[in-house]
Structure formats: C-alpha cells, structure tokens
Write a protein that binds this ligand. Structure first.
Ligand SMILES: O=P(O)(O)OC[C@H]1O[C@H](OP(=O)(O)OP(=O)(O)O)[C@H](O)[C@@H]1O
Length: 128
C-alpha cells in the first residue's frame, strides 16, 4: 500500500507503474490477441496498477480483459475501473481502509506467506 497525497505523487506513481508493467511483461511471449484475459489479483487499492494493466492489454487486441480480485479497497480508489467491452469484475470481499497483509500481500516483503489476512498495526509501517 502506498500513500499518495498530491496530484504530482499520483502522476509519478502512474508513470512508475507503467514502466514496471512494461518491463515485467517484456519477456512474455504468449500471444493474447483475440483471447479473453482474466487477471487474478490479491487486492485492488488505488486502481493504478489495474488501470495500467488495462492500458497494456488494450494494446494487445484482446477479446476482453476481466479481473478477479480477492479484496477490493474501494475507499482508496483514485483511478476508476474501466475494463472495456466485455470485461467483467469479480470481487471476493470489500476491504476496509487498513494495511492488510498475508495471502500473498506483503509489507516490505514480510507477512506475504501468512495463511490468513491480517491487519498491520500502524506502528509497523509508520516507524522510521
Ligand atoms: O490498486 P493499487 O494501488 O495499484 O494496488 C494494487 C496492487 O498492490 C499490490 O501489489 P504491490 O504493489 O503491493 O506489490 P506485490 O505485487 O509485490 O505484492 C496488489 O497485488 C496490486 O497489484
């Protein structure tokens, strides 16, 4: 979870995610043209990651782009969901505005393997 408190920070985060996703998918050789793509996510928070992925797959001529997320933290949304034609959104649970870890979600690469979803105590992520 990142804290973005200004339009500038949001813009930088969008640019950063676009670069990360372009890099992460650079070696993927699967041809998705004409395919129905389903992205499986742990959590949708600000929506920046998802919107960047929608833009990425939008350039690949996919038949549709859908998302299945375990958690959805709608109260933190900055970028609205726009999946495009045929895209479906499957959500497991609405998530309160807490720093959640476990089930694949981490804080500084810790807690990712917890077999449950926990709420991190604020003193863990505010300490410096
Ligand atoms: O809606 P957003 O604010 O963009 O956040 C959602 C992203 O955050 C989490 O990944 P994270 O960046 O924590 O990294 P990870 O993939 O290493 O868990 C999650 O898996 C999503 O990809």
């Amino acid at each position: 979870m990142v804290v973005l408190s200004s339009a500038y920070e949001i813009e930088k985060r969008v640019e950063e995610m676009a670069a990360v996703i372009t890099q992460e998918f650079a070696d993927v050789r699967i041809d998705v043209k004409g395919k129905h793509v389903l992205l499986v996510e742990a959590i949708v928070d600000t929506g920046i990651t998802l919107s960047t992925l929608v833009a990425h797959f939008g350039t690949k001529d996919v038949a549709s782009f859908s998302v299945c997320t375990l958690l959805d933290k709608t109260s933190r949304r900055i970028v609205p969901l726009q999946l495009g034609a045929g895209g479906k959104y499957y959500r497991g649970f609405q998530c309160p505005d807490e720093f959640v870890v476990g089930y694949g979600m981490d804080y500084a690469e810790q807690y990712r393997c917890l077999p449950y979803i926990g709420v991190l105590k604020p003193h863990i992520y505010t300490k410096n």
